[in-house]
Design a protein around this ligand. Sequence first.
Ligand code: BEZ
Length: 234
Amino acid sequence: MEEKTYSMPRIGEKAPEFKAVTTQGEINFPADYKGNWVILFSHPADFTPVCTSEFMTFATMEKRFNEANCKLVGLSVDGLYSHIAWLRTIKEKIEYKGMKNVEVNFPLIEDITMEVANLYGMMQPGESSTKAVRAVFFIDPKGIIRTILYYPLSLGRNFEEIYRALIGLQTADEFSVALPADWQPGDDVIVPTAGSCGVAKQRMESKEEMTCYDWFFCTKKLDKDTVLKKVLKK
Ligand code: BEZ
């Protein structure tokens, strides 16, 4: 049988299209999410401990993501009935770090054929040939992939970092700025690097409300309320 080859999706490319069955009905991806940010993420397997801790955490934070105009969509290469049974177990039986009675309301894709997982480079045989790695795709309202994270089977993701990245991407878009290491809303942001000798000189001599560490590295203030008002539409 001829083996299909898949290329890894890349940042800046259109999110690969697919139709799938999920715990919330069928979805047509990414068309159904047009106008929203969407985080498509995979987990290795249902009824496993790291994945359970991740689902409880993500489900508990879902409202915050929705308020930032972002929908969540999960995937593993398990079947629909396994997904349903696992999500029921999480809600009815698992209490973890103060989280209990957690209902997972976002769709969880069944992907026993591994078609979607392969399309998104979630199957990485060096790590496992039967389980998807922990992948996270941030897809913007136009259906373009904007950030990709991959984690191995043994390491649970940091969902506060995933939230920070989402807010950061939206902030960079809305305010035409870049964001420095460890940026959080309220921290200074980086203004586009000077593109001419004149602008570089002006920046270094200017008394504008900008801090220049050198001509190519200037920051300005962007207060937290302004960011959150724009991103969370509050
Ligand atoms: C886990 O989620 O705990 C897990 C899943 C697959 C392999 C190892 C750990």
